[in-house]
Design a protein. Structure first.
Length: 109
C-alpha cells in the first residue's frame, strides 16, 4: 500500500504505508513533512495500477525520526470513508479467521 502525499511547500511524495485506520495513516517518510503540515493524499489500497484508491486530507501530528510520519485525517468524502471502513472490516475478519483457526485447533486437542 502506498500514499501519494502532496504539500504546497514540499511537493508530492510517494510513501509506503505502514499502518492505516479510520482516523489516520502512518507512512514511512520522516524527513519531508513537519508536525502541523497540512496535506492531501491519494492512498492506493493495493499496489496494482488500476487498484482502488482513497483521497483524503490530513494534518501531520507526529514525526518519528527514522520511523515515519503520522497523519490524522481531517477530511474525506463519505464514499472514501465507506471504502476505508470496508477495508478495515475485511482485514479484521481475515485476522479473526486466522487467529480463530489456530485457537480452535489448540482447543480440540
Amino acid at each position: 500500500m502506498t500514499a501519494k502525499i502532496s504539500n504546497p511547500d514540499r511537493g508530492v511524495l510517494s510513501c509506503p504505508v505502514r499502518d492505516i485506520g479510520l482516523g489516520g495513516i502512518f507512512v514511512e517518510a520522516d524527513d519531508c513533512l513537519r508536525e502541523g503540515d497540512a496535506c492531501a493524499m491519494v492512498i492506493s489500497l493495493d499496489d496494482t495500477p488500476d487498484g482502488p484508491e482513497v483521497e483524503a486530507y490530513g494534518q501531520v501530528v507526529r514525526v518519528e525520526d527514522g520511523q515515519g510520519t503520522a497523519i490524522e485525517f481531517t477530511g474525506m468524502s463519505p464514499e472514501a470513508f465507506d471504502h476505508l471502513d470496508r477495508l478495515m472490516v475485511l482485514n479484521r475478519a481475515s485476522s479473526d479467521e486466522l487467529n480463530g483457526a489456530g485457537l480452535s485447533k489448540r482447543r480440540s486437542r
